[in-house]
Design a protein around this ligand. Structure first.
Ligand code: SAM
Length: 302
């Protein structure tokens, strides 16, 4: 069974076209990923299917009510954190008792966040959340189930965060009108890191924010690799035919078939682009001594 994403939203129709194209569509068709969408209004109990209310303390806008979201999450088998903690304690006691009776070590028991399944990671999409990075997407790709709660209006009653969510997640320092786009971004960035989703296994490694050379095993036998692992840098520029477009020629080095030269040129470009657009990344990047020299030379050219 593939990795499962569950989305709680007041706009279930929003996702129709998003999952019908490209790699996501293929991953869904091949069962590597499953997505289910849950309409928050289905968990209301009044005639108007009310999901929002005015904020305590006054102020602009409306707030998504806690009750429908809590019910939606409970329907997915997600329990409130206190209950999870309590039942973890009960489970510990049970396991200890069983271990005593059987006189054996307890196995890896499933954390009991969910009824009848492994515990999902519950994420509240929020501009106030921790930032989504490639590293976090890699971590999420290890989960079996991820539940994404999409806010709207002024946001979600904070008690949902406190009671049910493992993390608040932001896709950037700007404010969207709803969590749906953010949920789609999280799913896209995560699912392409699941083994088997990308056609070429290595392409998830040789791209912006990717792993360092030392962590990459992929190599074509007898042919030197023409790419370095990004090691936290941005990707290098890509070109395809024709060799000349708009008066601009493809860099000569890419046409000569010398993989070592190509590799060196691409590394230089990665360093240049990172220095220009995201100098902050250089502080944490895995740079070799040769990288440092190249970077110094680039800085002197500026
Ligand atoms: N009052 C909130 C604030 O100032 O942080 C903004 C609420 S926003 C208009 C409505 C919803 O959009 C949020 O509850 C959240 O789910 C989603 N959202 C907005 N910006 C986001 C971001 N950068 N990343 C993830 N979700 C975001």
């Amino acid at each position: 069974m593939g990795m499962r994403f569950e989305i709680v939203t007041i706009f279930p129709g929003f996702f129709a076209s998003i999952f019908e194209n490209g790699i996501v569509r293929r991953a869904l068709a091949e069962g590597l990923v499953e997505v289910s969408i849950h309409d928050l209004r289905a968990f209301t109990h009044d005639r108007h299917r009310t999901v929002d209310d005015r904020p305590f303390g006054g102020g602009e806008g409306m707030v998504l009510k806690a009750q429908p979201i809590a019910e939606a999450l409970e329907s997915l088998g997600v329990r409130a954190k206190q209950e999870r903690a309590a039942s973890t304690r009960t489970l510990d006691v049970d396991i200890a008792t069983q271990a005593h009776i059987k006189d054996g070590a307890p196995g890896e028991g499933e954390a009991p966040g969910v009824v009848g399944g492994s515990r999902p990671t519950v994420i509240l999409l929020s501009a106030q959340g921790r930032p989504l990075t490639q590293g976090l997407a890699r971590e999420l790709a290890q989960s079996e189930r991820v539940v994404l709660v999409c806010g709207r209006y002024e946001g979600v009653d904070e008690r949902i965060n406190e009671l049910y969510c493992d993390m608040e997640l932001s896709i950037g320092d700007y404010v969207l009108s709803g969590g749906e786009l953010a949920a789609a971004v999280v799913i896209d960035a995560t699912m392409r890191l699941i083994p088997g989703v990308l056609g070429n296994e290595a392409s998830g490694e040789f791209e912006s924010f990717g792993a360092a050379d030392a962590e990459i095993e992929t190599d074509v036998e007898g042919v030197p690799r023409s790419q370095h692992g990004a090691g936290g840098l941005l990707d290098y520029p890509h070109y395809t035919r024709p060799a000349e477009f708009g008066g601009l020629k493809v860099p000569e080095v890419l046409l000569n078939g010398d993989h070592l030269q190509i590799r060196r040129w691409r590394r230089e470009q990665q360093l240049k682009k990172t220095l220009k657009n995201r100098p902050d990344l250089l502080e944490k990047a895995a740079l070799s001594r040769e990288d440092e020299k190249l970077l110094e030379a680039i800085r002197q050219q500026l």
